[in-house]
Write a protein that binds this ligand. Sequence first.
Ligand code: KG4
Ligand code: ZN
Length: 335
Amino acid sequence: MYVLGIESSCDETAAAVVEGADRVLSSVIASQVAAHKPYGGVVPELASRMHVEAIVPVVTTAIQEAGIAVDDIQGVAATQGPGLVGALLVGFSFAKAFAWARNLPLAGVNHLEAHIHSLRLCRPAPEFPFIALVVSGGHTNIYHVLSDNRFELMGQTRDDAAGEAFDKVAKTLGLGYPGGPVIEAMAKNSDPGHITFPRSLLEKGSFDFSFSGLKSAVARYIHDHPLQNDQDRARVAAAFQAAVIDVVCEKLLAAARFRHCRQIGISGGVSANQTLVTALTRRAARHQIRVIAPPLSLCGDNAAMVAARGAVMIRDGQTCGLADDVFSRALNLSA
Ligand code: KG4
Ligand code: ZN
Protein backbone atom coordinates (compact mmCIF):
# COMPACT_ATOMS: atom_id res chain seq x y z
CA MET A 1 0.00 0.00 0.00
CA TYR A 2 1.37 3.45 -0.99
CA VAL A 3 0.79 6.10 1.68
CA LEU A 4 1.39 9.84 1.32
CA GLY A 5 2.58 11.44 4.57
CA ILE A 6 2.64 15.11 5.52
CA GLU A 7 4.43 16.84 8.42
CA SER A 8 3.94 20.52 9.35
CA SER A 9 4.02 20.61 13.17
CA CYS A 10 6.81 23.16 13.52
CA ASP A 11 9.22 24.73 11.03
CA GLU A 12 9.60 22.00 8.40
CA THR A 13 7.10 21.43 5.60
CA ALA A 14 7.63 17.80 4.63
CA ALA A 15 5.97 15.18 2.43
CA ALA A 16 6.92 11.56 1.76
CA VAL A 17 5.62 8.44 0.10
CA VAL A 18 6.12 5.02 1.69
CA GLU A 19 5.22 1.53 0.64
CA GLY A 20 3.88 -0.27 3.71
CA ALA A 21 5.19 0.48 7.18
CA ASP A 22 8.90 0.49 6.47
CA ARG A 23 9.84 1.24 2.85
CA VAL A 24 10.52 4.91 2.07
CA LEU A 25 10.09 5.80 -1.62
CA SER A 26 10.62 9.56 -1.24
CA SER A 27 11.08 12.12 1.52
CA VAL A 28 11.09 15.86 0.80
CA ILE A 29 11.75 18.50 3.48
CA ALA A 30 11.46 22.27 3.04
CA SER A 31 13.15 23.79 6.09
CA GLN A 32 12.23 27.24 7.36
CA VAL A 33 15.25 27.53 9.67
CA ALA A 34 16.81 30.43 7.73
CA ALA A 35 13.57 32.45 7.95
CA HIS A 36 13.28 32.05 11.74
CA LYS A 37 16.99 32.50 12.51
CA PRO A 38 16.92 36.30 12.81
CA TYR A 39 14.27 35.96 15.55
CA GLY A 40 16.24 33.38 17.58
CA GLY A 41 13.38 30.85 17.50
CA VAL A 42 10.31 29.73 15.57
CA VAL A 43 7.73 32.50 14.94
CA PRO A 44 4.38 30.64 14.75
CA GLU A 45 2.60 33.05 12.39
CA LEU A 46 5.53 33.05 9.97
CA ALA A 47 5.70 29.23 10.14
CA SER A 48 2.01 28.89 9.16
CA ARG A 49 2.37 31.25 6.21
CA MET A 50 5.46 29.46 4.94
CA HIS A 51 3.72 26.06 5.22
CA VAL A 52 0.91 27.42 3.03
CA GLU A 53 3.44 28.45 0.36
CA ALA A 54 5.40 25.19 0.49
CA ILE A 55 2.76 22.50 0.89
CA VAL A 56 1.70 22.03 -2.77
CA PRO A 57 5.22 22.01 -4.31
CA VAL A 58 6.55 19.75 -1.53
CA VAL A 59 3.75 17.17 -1.95
CA THR A 60 4.06 17.29 -5.76
CA THR A 61 7.82 16.67 -5.55
CA ALA A 62 7.38 13.80 -3.07
CA ILE A 63 4.95 12.02 -5.42
CA GLN A 64 7.21 12.62 -8.43
CA GLU A 65 10.34 11.41 -6.63
CA ALA A 66 8.52 8.26 -5.48
CA GLY A 67 8.03 7.40 -9.17
CA ILE A 68 4.29 6.77 -8.76
CA ALA A 69 1.15 8.46 -10.06
CA VAL A 70 -1.29 10.35 -7.82
CA ASP A 71 -3.85 7.62 -8.57
CA ASP A 72 -1.54 5.00 -7.03
CA ILE A 73 -1.81 6.56 -3.53
CA GLN A 74 -3.99 4.39 -1.29
CA GLY A 75 -3.89 6.29 2.00
CA VAL A 76 -3.00 9.68 3.47
CA ALA A 77 -1.35 10.45 6.82
CA ALA A 78 -0.63 13.82 8.43
CA THR A 79 0.70 14.97 11.77
CA GLN A 80 -2.29 15.86 13.97
CA GLY A 81 -0.27 17.02 17.01
CA PRO A 82 1.44 17.94 19.24
CA GLY A 83 2.86 21.10 17.70
CA LEU A 84 1.97 24.66 16.70
CA VAL A 85 -1.75 24.72 15.94
CA GLY A 86 -1.56 27.13 13.00
CA ALA A 87 1.27 25.11 11.46
CA LEU A 88 -0.43 21.75 12.03
CA LEU A 89 -3.66 23.03 10.47
CA VAL A 90 -1.96 23.61 7.11
CA GLY A 91 -0.73 20.02 6.68
CA PHE A 92 -3.71 18.35 8.35
CA SER A 93 -6.29 20.35 6.35
CA PHE A 94 -4.40 19.65 3.13
CA ALA A 95 -4.43 15.92 3.98
CA LYS A 96 -8.15 16.00 4.81
CA ALA A 97 -8.94 17.65 1.46
CA PHE A 98 -6.70 15.23 -0.45
CA ALA A 99 -8.25 12.20 1.27
CA TRP A 100 -11.80 13.48 0.78
CA ALA A 101 -11.33 14.36 -2.90
CA ARG A 102 -9.83 10.95 -3.70
CA ASN A 103 -11.94 8.93 -1.24
CA LEU A 104 -8.88 7.62 0.66
CA PRO A 105 -8.45 6.61 4.31
CA LEU A 106 -6.87 9.32 6.49
CA ALA A 107 -4.62 8.79 9.52
CA GLY A 108 -4.08 11.57 12.07
CA VAL A 109 -0.56 10.83 13.30
CA ASN A 110 0.85 11.66 16.74
CA HIS A 111 4.21 13.37 16.12
CA LEU A 112 5.87 11.49 19.01
CA GLU A 113 4.66 8.11 17.73
CA ALA A 114 6.07 9.07 14.33
CA HIS A 115 9.51 9.80 15.88
CA ILE A 116 9.39 6.39 17.62
CA HIS A 117 8.35 4.76 14.33
CA SER A 118 11.40 6.30 12.59
CA LEU A 119 13.39 3.61 14.43
CA ARG A 120 11.45 0.95 12.51
CA LEU A 121 12.84 2.50 9.31
CA CYS A 122 16.43 1.78 10.44
CA ARG A 123 18.32 -1.25 9.16
CA PRO A 124 18.50 -3.46 11.10
CA ALA A 125 15.33 -2.24 12.83
CA PRO A 126 14.86 -2.86 16.56
CA GLU A 127 12.67 -5.78 17.49
CA PHE A 128 9.88 -5.46 20.09
CA PRO A 129 10.11 -4.79 22.94
CA PHE A 130 12.69 -1.98 23.00
CA ILE A 131 13.41 1.26 24.84
CA ALA A 132 12.93 4.45 22.82
CA LEU A 133 13.97 8.00 23.61
CA VAL A 134 12.24 10.84 21.77
CA VAL A 135 14.58 13.76 22.29
CA SER A 136 13.78 17.02 20.52
CA GLY A 137 13.15 20.71 21.05
CA GLY A 138 9.85 19.93 22.78
CA HIS A 139 10.27 16.49 24.37
CA THR A 140 12.61 14.19 26.25
CA ASN A 141 10.47 11.07 26.67
CA ILE A 142 11.52 7.49 27.42
CA TYR A 143 9.15 4.77 26.21
CA HIS A 144 8.97 1.02 26.58
CA VAL A 145 7.77 0.09 23.10
CA LEU A 146 5.89 -3.21 23.12
CA SER A 147 4.44 -3.32 19.61
CA ASP A 148 3.57 -1.05 16.69
CA ASN A 149 0.68 0.34 18.75
CA ARG A 150 1.76 0.01 22.39
CA PHE A 151 4.01 2.65 23.95
CA GLU A 152 4.48 2.78 27.72
CA LEU A 153 5.76 6.20 28.87
CA MET A 154 8.48 5.54 31.48
CA GLY A 155 9.83 9.04 31.99
CA GLN A 156 9.79 12.59 30.66
CA THR A 157 11.28 15.97 31.36
CA ARG A 158 9.86 17.89 34.29
CA ASP A 159 10.96 21.24 32.84
CA ASP A 160 13.03 21.93 29.71
CA ALA A 161 13.44 19.41 26.89
CA ALA A 162 17.04 18.49 26.05
CA GLY A 163 16.88 20.29 22.68
CA GLU A 164 15.43 23.36 24.38
CA ALA A 165 18.40 23.35 26.79
CA PHE A 166 20.80 23.17 23.81
CA ASP A 167 18.97 26.11 22.19
CA LYS A 168 18.93 28.23 25.37
CA VAL A 169 22.59 27.57 26.22
CA ALA A 170 23.57 28.41 22.62
CA LYS A 171 21.74 31.71 23.01
CA THR A 172 23.58 32.44 26.29
CA LEU A 173 26.85 31.70 24.50
CA GLY A 174 25.85 33.99 21.61
CA LEU A 175 25.97 31.10 19.13
CA GLY A 176 22.59 31.58 17.44
CA TYR A 177 19.70 29.27 16.57
CA PRO A 178 19.14 26.31 16.41
CA GLY A 179 21.56 25.58 19.22
CA GLY A 180 22.15 21.83 18.95
CA PRO A 181 24.35 21.69 15.86
CA VAL A 182 26.41 24.78 16.83
CA ILE A 183 27.02 23.53 20.38
CA GLU A 184 28.07 20.13 19.06
CA ALA A 185 30.48 21.70 16.56
CA MET A 186 31.87 24.14 19.16
CA ALA A 187 32.30 21.36 21.75
CA LYS A 188 34.64 19.51 19.38
CA ASN A 189 37.24 22.26 20.02
CA SER A 190 37.59 21.53 23.73
CA ASP A 191 37.92 18.83 26.30
CA PRO A 192 34.73 18.57 28.43
CA GLY A 193 36.80 18.17 31.62
CA HIS A 194 37.64 21.87 32.14
CA ILE A 195 34.33 22.60 33.87
CA THR A 196 31.95 20.26 35.71
CA PHE A 197 28.27 21.09 35.47
CA PRO A 198 25.69 19.30 37.66
CA ARG A 199 24.02 16.08 36.47
CA SER A 200 20.44 16.06 37.66
CA LEU A 201 19.39 12.44 38.11
CA LEU A 202 16.36 13.16 40.38
CA GLU A 203 15.11 10.45 42.77
CA LYS A 204 16.49 6.93 42.60
CA GLY A 205 14.42 4.80 40.25
CA SER A 206 12.97 7.79 38.38
CA PHE A 207 13.29 7.89 34.59
CA ASP A 208 12.32 11.57 34.46
CA PHE A 209 14.66 14.34 33.37
CA SER A 210 15.30 17.90 34.52
CA PHE A 211 17.52 20.22 32.50
CA SER A 212 16.60 23.65 33.88
CA GLY A 213 19.14 23.41 36.74
CA LEU A 214 21.90 22.67 34.24
CA LYS A 215 20.82 25.62 32.08
CA SER A 216 20.94 27.92 35.15
CA ALA A 217 24.33 26.53 36.17
CA VAL A 218 25.71 27.44 32.74
CA ALA A 219 24.24 30.96 33.00
CA ARG A 220 25.76 31.36 36.51
CA TYR A 221 29.15 30.13 35.34
CA ILE A 222 29.18 32.61 32.45
CA HIS A 223 28.15 35.42 34.82
CA ASP A 224 31.05 34.55 37.16
CA HIS A 225 33.57 33.84 34.36
CA PRO A 226 32.82 36.29 31.50
CA LEU A 227 33.52 34.76 28.09
CA GLN A 228 36.69 36.20 26.54
CA ASN A 229 37.00 34.17 23.34
CA ASP A 230 35.92 31.10 21.38
CA GLN A 231 38.10 28.84 23.53
CA ASP A 232 36.01 29.84 26.57
CA ARG A 233 32.82 29.19 24.59
CA ALA A 234 34.08 25.79 23.46
CA ARG A 235 34.85 24.81 27.07
CA VAL A 236 31.35 25.68 28.24
CA ALA A 237 29.75 24.00 25.20
CA ALA A 238 31.74 20.79 25.73
CA ALA A 239 31.06 20.65 29.48
CA PHE A 240 27.34 21.37 29.00
CA GLN A 241 26.98 18.75 26.25
CA ALA A 242 28.83 16.18 28.37
CA ALA A 243 26.41 16.77 31.26
CA VAL A 244 23.37 16.24 29.00
CA ILE A 245 24.89 13.13 27.45
CA ASP A 246 25.78 11.65 30.84
CA VAL A 247 22.24 12.01 32.15
CA VAL A 248 20.63 10.70 28.95
CA CYS A 249 22.92 7.64 28.90
CA GLU A 250 22.39 6.93 32.60
CA LYS A 251 18.58 7.09 32.35
CA LEU A 252 18.36 5.07 29.15
CA LEU A 253 20.59 2.28 30.45
CA ALA A 254 18.63 2.19 33.71
CA ALA A 255 15.36 1.97 31.76
CA ALA A 256 16.74 -0.86 29.60
CA ARG A 257 17.91 -2.74 32.70
CA PHE A 258 14.55 -2.20 34.42
CA ARG A 259 12.60 -3.57 31.44
CA HIS A 260 15.20 -6.24 30.53
CA CYS A 261 15.54 -4.78 27.02
CA ARG A 262 18.65 -5.32 24.94
CA GLN A 263 17.90 -2.55 22.44
CA ILE A 264 17.70 1.22 22.86
CA GLY A 265 16.56 3.50 20.03
CA ILE A 266 16.97 7.27 20.01
CA SER A 267 15.00 9.57 17.73
CA GLY A 268 14.10 13.24 17.35
CA GLY A 269 16.25 16.28 16.51
CA VAL A 270 18.80 15.84 19.31
CA SER A 271 19.52 12.25 18.17
CA ALA A 272 21.39 13.91 15.28
CA ASN A 273 24.11 14.60 17.90
CA GLN A 274 26.87 12.14 16.97
CA THR A 275 28.75 12.74 20.22
CA LEU A 276 25.65 11.49 22.05
CA VAL A 277 25.18 8.51 19.71
CA THR A 278 28.84 7.48 20.06
CA ALA A 279 28.86 7.80 23.87
CA LEU A 280 25.59 5.90 24.26
CA THR A 281 26.68 3.16 21.85
CA ARG A 282 29.94 2.68 23.77
CA ARG A 283 28.32 2.63 27.20
CA ALA A 284 25.48 0.35 26.08
CA ALA A 285 27.90 -2.14 24.52
CA ARG A 286 29.40 -2.78 27.97
CA HIS A 287 25.97 -4.15 28.95
CA GLN A 288 25.45 -6.05 25.67
CA ILE A 289 22.81 -3.51 24.64
CA ARG A 290 22.49 -2.41 21.01
CA VAL A 291 21.80 1.25 20.16
CA ILE A 292 19.71 2.18 17.12
CA ALA A 293 19.94 5.75 15.85
CA PRO A 294 18.26 6.79 12.60
CA PRO A 295 20.24 8.31 9.72
CA LEU A 296 20.41 12.12 9.92
CA SER A 297 17.59 12.47 7.36
CA LEU A 298 15.21 10.77 9.82
CA CYS A 299 16.39 12.45 13.07
CA GLY A 300 14.78 15.86 12.67
CA ASP A 301 11.21 16.42 11.56
CA ASN A 302 10.38 14.57 8.35
CA ALA A 303 7.34 13.05 6.67
CA ALA A 304 8.74 9.56 6.03
CA MET A 305 8.17 8.70 9.70
CA VAL A 306 4.64 10.18 9.51
CA ALA A 307 3.74 8.24 6.35
CA ALA A 308 5.14 4.98 7.76
CA ARG A 309 3.37 5.41 11.09
CA GLY A 310 0.19 6.29 9.15
CA ALA A 311 0.51 3.10 7.07
CA VAL A 312 0.38 1.07 10.31
CA MET A 313 -2.63 3.03 11.57
CA ILE A 314 -4.54 2.60 8.30
CA ARG A 315 -3.65 -1.11 8.25
CA ASP A 316 -5.02 -1.41 11.80
CA GLY A 317 -8.17 0.63 11.12
CA GLN A 318 -7.12 3.67 13.19
CA THR A 319 -8.38 6.26 10.75
CA CYS A 320 -9.99 9.65 11.32
CA GLY A 321 -12.49 11.88 9.53
CA LEU A 322 -13.16 15.42 8.38
CA ALA A 323 -14.56 16.41 11.80
CA ASP A 324 -11.28 15.61 13.58
CA ASP A 325 -9.06 18.52 14.61
CA VAL A 326 -5.39 19.10 15.36
CA PHE A 327 -4.11 19.21 18.97
CA SER A 328 -1.30 21.34 20.40
CA ARG A 329 -0.18 19.45 23.49
CA ALA A 330 0.97 15.87 23.97
CA LEU A 331 -1.79 13.33 24.53
CA ASN A 332 -0.93 10.07 26.22
CA LEU A 333 0.11 7.45 23.72
CA SER A 334 -1.71 4.12 23.59
CA ALA A 335 -0.30 1.81 26.27
O1 KG4 B 1 12.69 16.91 16.27
P1 KG4 B 1 13.07 18.33 15.95
O2 KG4 B 1 13.57 18.64 14.55
O3 KG4 B 1 11.84 19.29 16.21
C1 KG4 B 1 11.03 19.16 17.33
O4 KG4 B 1 10.06 18.35 17.26
O5 KG4 B 1 11.36 19.83 18.34
O6 KG4 B 1 14.16 18.79 17.04
C2 KG4 B 1 14.74 20.09 17.04
C3 KG4 B 1 15.75 20.19 18.20
C4 KG4 B 1 16.30 21.59 18.41
O7 KG4 B 1 16.21 21.90 19.79
C5 KG4 B 1 17.77 21.47 17.98
O8 KG4 B 1 18.65 22.34 18.66
C6 KG4 B 1 18.05 20.02 18.31
O9 KG4 B 1 16.88 19.33 17.94
N1 KG4 B 1 19.22 19.50 17.58
C7 KG4 B 1 20.35 19.08 18.18
C8 KG4 B 1 21.25 18.73 17.14
N2 KG4 B 1 20.62 18.94 15.93
C9 KG4 B 1 19.38 19.41 16.23
N3 KG4 B 1 20.68 18.99 19.48
C10 KG4 B 1 21.92 18.54 19.78
N4 KG4 B 1 22.84 18.22 18.85
C11 KG4 B 1 22.56 18.28 17.52
N5 KG4 B 1 23.47 17.96 16.61
ZN1 ZN C 1 9.96 16.40 16.09
